[in-house]
Design a binder for this molecule. Structure first.
Ligand code: S3P
Length: 446
């Protein structure tokens, strides 16, 4: 579904008044992070890679279009995507204009940056209004130390100068970010000397897993990643994209908060760096069962069973730098859940949330307060005291074009049992275009 169809579906088909719980069995939509990495790595590889279940969402399509503009041939038929790799690190010079439009895709932008940093041609990255407000300082500084040349400020639009050489780096990452880790790994593989990267805290490890699948092993010990120059091409492969736990999170929390839910989620990621939400739910004693695991694209996947929370009091959530990386995209929906738990949930050391699609600490606070939530914003986190019976917002809701805020507000209106107009819903197309149809189907017992 595109943005307009999402807005239309909300207007014409979404009926929270009729909803009881979510029931049935459902395939979690494909992972956005893995889809974009799979396309990019396949573009660099020697041979044709076959990707099954690439996520058909706007962010992935922007990354795909950028690769096509860079001369990569990509063919799609239903669930299959074939990428004819260029067999090396050098893209063909951009044919007509040097500009690559990444739309809202932060991951596409940040993973293409290190690749465009060592090309024989100059390129320019542009994005939509939200992406153009997200600082790139943490990326540009180490890449410049490695020899990359940029002009413009620390934001998109950004010009990346033609450059023949990158050098290795010994670098301690100042933030816990999988995007930064991935960008520096990709730069380090193209460098002329070895690199050593020390991460701050665990973050999603899809780059490490997928690179291995494409034939590039990395030496990882604890928080240290040693990267040797890799002048050879990656090797094409076939892979199936597992489900995205950050999309499934909205269904899981909706199932918990609505009465009479019996939901089974298939193809759910069981990657330890992504399932912080499942662990938090287990810790508070929520009715959730994690099934045994299978492997897809070097990633563990499995089945999750969820039922409604019972009438008993569930304790609050504690999120800090130790588990933040595993729930970085789930904070909006976990904040909604926290309003229904007993006691004060604390989210701290989470200042990076101010630089997501919106300033999420601020927007979550503003929007949940409209429902009567007791929520306070700190410089690096939130405190949320519950349980609060949500009430009808007296002012219009606004997702500010942030897909994860939009889906959280839809779940909040389901819990309230009232249909409330929400501005900025079209942004759901970024990561989960079928969210509303899946939700409607499951609330009818699919
Ligand atoms: C992503 C990593 C996370 C996440 C983003 C996708 C990725 O960002 O918020 O939606 O694909 O690596 P950071 O690693 O910058 O926190």
């Amino acid at each position: 579904m595109n943005e307009q169809q999402i807005i239309e579906t909300f207007k014409t088909k979404f009926q929270p008044q009729l909803t009881t719980g979510l029931r049935g069995s459902y395939r979690v939509p494909s992972d956005k992070s893995i889809s974009q990495r799979a396309l990019i790595f396949a573009a660099l590889a020697q041979g044709t890679s076959e990707i099954t279940h690439l996520l058909p969402a706007a962010d992935v399509q922007h990354t795909q279009k950028a690769l096509t503009d860079l001369g990569i041939q990509i063919v799609q038929r239903q669930r299959l995507t074939w990428v004819v790799g260029q067999g090396g690190w050098q893209f063909k010079p951009l044919a007509t204009r040097p500009q690559l439009d990444l739309g809202n895709s932060g991951t596409g932008t940040r993973l293409l940056l290190p690749l465009l940093s060592r090309q024989s041609f100059t390129s320019q990255l542009v994005g939509d209004a939200s992406l153009s407000q997200r600082p790139l300082t943490n990326f540009l500084e180490p890449l410049q130390k490695m020899g990359a040349k940029f002009s413009g400020g620390n934001y998109l639009p950004l010009t990346i100068q033609a450059n023949q050489q990158l050098h290795g780096i010994a670098y301690q990452l100042p933030v816990a970010s999988a995007q930064l880790k991935s960008a520096l790994i990709l730069a380090a593989l193209q460098a002329d000397t070895p690199s050593q990267l020390v991460t701050l805290a665990p973050t999603r490890d899809h780059t490490e897993r997928l690179l291995r699948l494409f034939g590039v092993p990395l030496a990882i010990q604890g928080r240290t990643i040693k990267v040797l120059p890799w002048q050879r091409p990656l090797q094409a492969t076939a892979l199936t994209v597992p489900g995205d736990p950050s999309s499934a999170a909205f269904m899981i929390v909706a199932a918990l908060l609505l009465p009479d839910s019996h939901l089974q989620l298939n193809n759910h990621s069981l990657n330890p760096t992504r399932i912080g939400l499942l662990h938090l739910l287990q810790q508070i004693g929520a009715p959730i069962v994690i099934g045994s695991s299978d492997q897809l694209a070097a990633e563990p996947v499995g089945q999750i069973g969820v039922q409604s929370l019972t009438d008993r009091a569930y304790p609050p959530l504690q999120i800090d730098q130790h588990n933040l990386g595993q729930v970085i995209d789930e904070i909006p929906i976990l904040s909604l859940l926290a309003t229904q738990l007993t006691g004060t949930s604390v989210i701290k050391q989470a200042a990076s949330l101010r630089h997501k699609e919106t300033d999420r600490l601020h927007v979550i606070t503003e929007q949940l307060r409209l429902f009567g939530a007791q929520i306070t914003e700190q410089s690096d986190g939130l405190t949320i005291t519950g349980p609060t019976k949500l009430h009808l917002p007296t002012e219009p809701l606004n997702a500010y074009d942030d897909h994860r805020i939009a889906m959280m507000l839809i779940v909040a209106s389901l819990v309230l049992g009232q249909k409330i107009p929400i501005a900025g819903l079209g942004s759901i197309a970024t990561s989960y275009p079928d969210f509303l149809t899946d939700l409607i189907q499951l609330s009818q017992g699919a």
